[in-house]
Design a protein around this ligand. Sequence first.
Ligand code: ZN
Ligand code: ZN
Length: 327
Amino acid sequence: MRLISLSLCLFLLLAPLAHAAGFRITVLGARGGLLDGNLSAYLVRPENDPNGILCDAGTVLNGIQTADQAGAFSDLRLPLNTPDSRSGFILHDVIRAYLISHAHLDHVAGLVLVSPDDAQKPIYALPSVHAILNENLFGSPVWINMTDRGNEPRLGKYHDVDLAVGTPVSVPQTALQITAWPLSHGGMESTAFLIGSGRDAMLYLGDTGADSVEHSTRLHALWQAVAPLVRARRLRGIIIECSYDNARPEKLLFGHLTPRLLLEELNDLQHTAHASLRGLPVLVAHIKPSLKTGDNPEKTIAEELNAGNTQGVRFTVAEQSMSLLWK
Ligand SMILES: [Zn+2]
Ligand SMILES: [Zn+2]
């Protein structure tokens, strides 16, 4: 009897872990410019699992400290034998890899700044993104080469891993798989990452323009790729940019989205998938702050998105330190 109740206890204890899927998302940085302590960086982990990946790295250490002070990492227990502070532990042992969508500074500044005190880990990106980072940042006069590629001397702390479009890769030391899809960002190649955890999936999109403005089919190709996941109700959420409000003229978008264009793209996803998006969480990222008195781009963009939300998705404007569970 005692053996049976012990096994039952063990089963109840382990069952949630065995079925752990879904995603815990912690926003380390939310904005698309200006604010140096709050730039695009989204930590993604499977639920109940400390080991995650950082999608873009505009702000890293300030994002970790601000989010930790706000209680966003209350699930994390510091190992007894670590010399690290809580921030050090999260930087070294929770962020197991970086996924960089493109080389613009608001997506890599935090990575560069923490690199002298970071642990060994891989940087996943499309080859074009690695090439720009290695020619113009790591190993250029701007910063020492922390990677294992490009100009000597190479410190090799970061292992550059090229992603092939549409080919899933498992991220070591995590339970996550990632697949890259190219995006068109005002003449620059950016990246969407499809992230898998068990049977669940979510999308993180780096900066992107709409197909109609970019004269591109890349977003449509991404929607085609994820359509089966939408139909199977396995896509748990989308992190996507909406940099400007609808008043911004198209010729000044520089490869970004407005509420009208984001809604147009979600409409295309719905049509391509032949499935309802009702209730799908959409985290709105990369809003450009305004320095004009009275301007509130977060409020305007949220209002414009909700006013046109015929698909019934659940829009949330990303804020630093936000912690979301998608499952
Ligand atoms: Zn950006
Ligand atoms: Zn950009």
